[in-house]
Structures are given as C-alpha cells and as structure tokens.
Design a protein around this ligand. Sequence first.
Ligand code: LMR
Length: 397
Amino acid sequence: MFASLADPKPDVILALMAAFRADTRSEKLDLGVGVYKDEAGKTPVMRSIKAAEKRLHDSQTTKAYVGPIGDAAFNEAMVRQVFGEGFATERVGCAQSVGGSGALRVIAELLREASPNASIHVSDPSWPNHVPLLGAAGLTLHRYPYFDNSTGNVDIEGMLNALSQLPSGDIVVLHGCCHNPTGADLTTEQWSRVADVMESRGLFPFVDLAYQGFGEGLEEDAAATRMLASRLPAMAVAASCSKNFGLYRERVGAAMLVAPDAAQAKRALGKLSAVIRANYSMPPDHGANSTRIVLDDETLYADWRVELEAMRLRMVALRQSFADHMRKRSNSDRFDAVATQKGMFSRLLLDTAQIDALREDHGIYIVGDGRINVAGLPDDTDRMAALCDAIAVVTRD
Ligand code: LMR
C-alpha cells in the first residue's frame, strides 16, 4: 500500500524545530518557529486564559458536540474583534476553526467549490505552509511579488502591477498585518491602492490574520481588513488565536466569509458548515470556549489587552535593540529595517551558507529563508551582543 509513496518533503519550519530540540549545546538560540517567548525563553499560558480555563473547568457541565461551525458566542466575539463595533455583522458568516490553518483550508475548499476556475495568488515570499495547505484544497496557485530585498520594504509597484493583470474573480491571499516571513507591512496608503486594484479588477481578497495585536495594536492591525470589507462586496478572513491568545496547541481560529448581503452570507456559511462536516466534522471546544470567556468578560478582556500589549511592546524593543547592535557590528544600515518592520518576524539578508554557519558554528537557529522570530531574540544585552557578533562574523566579506 505505502511502498509507492514518494519521500515526504520535510516542512522547513518543523524540521528546524526538530533540529533545535536535538541540539545539546546549552547556549543554543531558537529564532525559528513562530511562537512568542518571554524573557525566560518560555511560551507562557496567558494569565487571562488561565483564569478563563479555571472558570470553564468549574462551570462546564457537558462535553457534547459543539456542531460544525462551533460556538455561536465565540464566533460573534471574533467577528466583533476583527471587524470592530458598528460593522454590518449580518454580512459575515463565521465558523470556529481548527486554528488559522484550519480556517485557511476550509475556506480554500469552499472557494474552489464556489469558483472552480479561479486561481489563488500568494505573496512571494509567504508562510511556507500556505503553498501545500492551499494547494491541497485543489486551487491552482501562483505568486505575486511582495518584498524588496534591497530596502526591506514591500515592493508595492511590483505587487500592484502583478495584481492589475489578474483575471476577474481570482483570489488574492493578503497578510492582514505582520507579514510572515518578512515583517514588511503595507502602509495605509498602499493598502488603499491595493483595494483600488482589487475593486477595479474584481478580485477576491482572502486575508490571513494570524497576528492581530502583534504589529501596531489590536485595532490598528485590523484596519486593513476592515477597510477591505467596507470597500469590496465579498472577501474571506482566516483569523488565528494561536499567537494573540497564546493558544497554539489548542488550535483556535475563525473562518469568516463576508458577503454583499445577509442572504448570501447565510448561504456561504451553510456551505462552509458542510465543508467542515466532510472534513473534520466539528472543531474542538476547550480553547475557543476559553477565548470566548476572555472576550465576553470585561475584567478578563482588559487584562488580556494588557498582556497582549506587553508582548507587542517587548518585540518592538527587541527589534530596536537588535538593529542598534547590528548597526555597530556591521558598520552598515543593512539590518536597520528590522527596527521598523512589524510583528513576530523579520527576514535577514543572509544566504544559505551564512544561515548554516550560524546554526552549525554558533547554535543559532534561523529559518532557511533568513526569517527570524523576533520574540526569540535575547533581552539580555550580553546575549544580544553575542548573537550580533556571530551574525557579523558570518556576514563578513
Ligand atoms: C510559523 O510561521 O512559524 C508558525 O505559523 C508556525 C507554523 O505552523 O509554521
């Protein structure tokens, strides 16, 4: 049965995680997989989530199924968080999903069914798993230019030029904030230009919103998604609670379909429910229920906002510290963009040999495309200096 299977292609991020775990050096440093880490290098359970979990434990009276689209109260709270107060929520059909990835996958399957001839376009570069995940849903996948290596900013003209040549009805995956892997986000003005092209070409935005609250703030990070929803007749959003609620392994997210009117939103959600039923049947409850408790409770919600903002500000400070150290050590502005890029990742301009040397000679783990997890940078000045020294050594001409 299995002998004819081709050798599996390892996922670069998961392979790096395994290599890091296997490394016995005590001074090793993990800048690989995108999980938040605190000053002690730990990925903590958030205080507000712990409190919600206790409440859930004490009050839950059943483990009966939640149904394919999950808990209505969770879905309502997530729609509020993504689209803000005052949005015409009857335009949105929302289903609780198995993380942001689960949302991406079931939405992609629905879109393929709704529009079998549409192609899907992802940024170049993008999160490595976008390609297998969306491709496995049966959509034909293409890439559009996104990152300007020489400036560390978005290649906005290249991007707009590519989008303006797409056929009407094609699907464009956009990172709502905190672009993974580059940290290079569109400015408000650039988002507006993207919306102009999407509108005039009749393209369908599919927003991956995995880091809301990690870039410029909870509301600010949703601004582009909200603007697109207000300007375009239809779109989709895959929202993740993995990072901003620290719920990685619990697999919490939401699949949202925005339609021109309530009747189409209801039809789309009904179909999404059938896609979910035919896939994993129903989502798990624990993480989404804990999230819902936080979002619906004034005190826990306020505390969660404090925790989230502290994580965001710590990453902003680490970015600045890294850029300052690198400027001194490299005697160049080559790493300056890290200070202004957003969210959990930046892409360093390193080649494969340099990335391999960092790992092998210094125990520093960076994804093969040069992506670093900013939250993994050391707060300690000596350790930051040692990291930057190592990068300066491997990049010395
Ligand atoms: C990442 O980009 O590192 C995270 O989203 C984790 C993953 O599943 O790849």
